[in-house]
Design a protein. Structure first.
Length: 419
């Protein structure tokens, strides 16, 4: 009826094969936690837990050449926006291991930033006393951001702050424009003004052939980031690098925490469409690649991560039910709710007109995109800013976004009529 895996040094691939075998035979698989997690060195049977779905989706660990990242980060002042989010908080933790001079953590969400502060206080990060700074601030507040940047003079910025929920941004295009586009633009200008040497932007696979406002706003942010890499009128140059990847496992708003809550409530598990697929990557893996890409870029590149195979969300739901020792559609129902506004069945990692160039890292390639000059963007961009600040007409705003990002074609959305 049940299999307990107590081996600790088992290879992920081997463990996955054993668990998959058992799941097809309706056997519950549980695991003994590693020794360091035992209470006061004593083992309790209560600690034997079901296998986490993340373990079945994990791939072989990525081996990175951390020497380059270390050279880039050591003794530097580094600022992270969206520092309390899934990606931002992991970036902060990983950056802390490379002995930066200071880490400046910025987020507008007070409670998650407080949680990050508490978790980092417990860790012994390789940063000096008083070198971790936490600011509750909105990236669109230029005056506030200027104060922080002027005070700390960061040499590197990792920009992870963004609105990312597709259906919400379909209803709130103004906010997608304000934060994802205007916030990024404002931050880039401040970075140039105060001599930041390197700016790394976290983007998304939803920016490729966007079908929703959120993806289009991130594509626009990518275009601005590339254009700012060599915009004239500043004393120093700044290397601007963009990283693009798919969903991360267990992130805020990802499907796995939602499924867990639904399972614990006795179901049903809701899947939007039986054929929907997504790429997944673990948060630490995504952040390792962001750091690696950030260290290899010369400025202006869009780096694309190898996301492995896409996963059918329906299969994911069934596996999660079986991991809890239950049977899909017998103990726990699976219901289909229909695609949400702006949602795609399949995510793409590359634009149709793009191809990629290899880098020295097999998991990272460079997207070949046609960069736009800042002058060509400025007039349209100003019009977009005025619309975002002064209009209640959402259609007008979205039309402008479609002009700026011609490949933005709405899907399952009220804005389809504008295409």
């Amino acid at each position: 009826d049940e299999l307990i895996v107590s081996i600790q040094n088992i290879e992920p691939r081997r463990k996955k094969a054993i668990v998959e075998y058992c799941l097809t035979r309706d056997m519950l698989v549980r695991v003994v936690p590693p020794l360091e997690q035992w209470m006061n060195g004593e083992f309790s049977a209560k600690q034997i837990a079901p296998v986490a779905i993340e373990e079945l989706l994990q791939r072989d660990p990525i081996n990175l050449t951390n020497a380059e990242v270390s050279r880039l980060v050591r003794d530097k002042v580094i600022l992270v926006t969206g520092a309390a989010g899934s990606i931002g908080s992991e970036l902060v933790k990983q950056l802390g291991h490379y002995s930066p001079a200071q880490l400046i953590c910025i987020d507008q969400a007070e409670t998650p930033l407080h949680d990050l502060q508490l978790s980092l206080t417990k860790r012994s990060l390789n940063t000096g006393q008083g070198s971790l700074h936490y600011y509750v601030a909105d990236i669109t507040d230029t005056k506030r951001m200027r104060q922080i940047i002027r005070k700390h003079r960061p040499q590197m910025i990792f920009h992870a702050a963004a609105y990312k929920h597709v259906p919400l941004m379909e209803e709130n295009p103004m906010e997608a424009v304000r934060v994802n586009i205007l916030g990024t633009s404002s931050l880039l200008h401040l970075a140039r003004e105060y001599g930041v040497a390197r700016f790394v932007m976290v983007s998304t696979d939803k920016a490729v052939n966007p079908t929703n406002v959120m993806g289009a706003s991130k594509r626009m942010a990518e275009i601005i980031a590339q254009a700012m890499a060599d915009a004239p009128g500043f004393e120093q140059t700044m290397d601007v690098v963009t990283t693009r990847f798919g969903n991360v496992l267990g992130s805020n708003g990802s499907v796995i925490p939602l499924f867990k809550r639904q399972l614990e409530a006795g179901g049903p598990i809701t899947v939007t469409h039986p054929e929907i697929t997504r790429y997944f990557m673990t948060i630490p893996e995504a952040c390792q690649l962001v750091l690696e890409a950030g260290s290899m870029g010369n400025g202006g590149e869009i780096f694309v991560f190898d996301m492995g195979e896409s996963i059918k969300i329906l299969d994911l739901a069934k596996k999660m039910i079986r991991l809890y020792g239950l049977i899909p559609n017998q103990d726990i129902a699976i219901t289909y709710t229909g695609l949400r506004p702006g949602e795609k069945l399949y995510e793409e990692l590359l634009n149709d007109n793009e191809n990629t160039l290899p880098t020295y890292h097999q998991k990272i390639t460079i997207a070949k995109v046609k960069p736009l000059q800042m002058e060509a963007l400025n007039e349209q961009f100003e019009h977009l800013v005025n619309l975002a600040n002064n209009t209640d007409e959402l259609n007008e705003l979205v039309v402008m976004m479609k002009e700026l990002v011609p490949e933005f074609v709405s899907n399952n959305s009220a804005f389809e009529e504008l295409d």
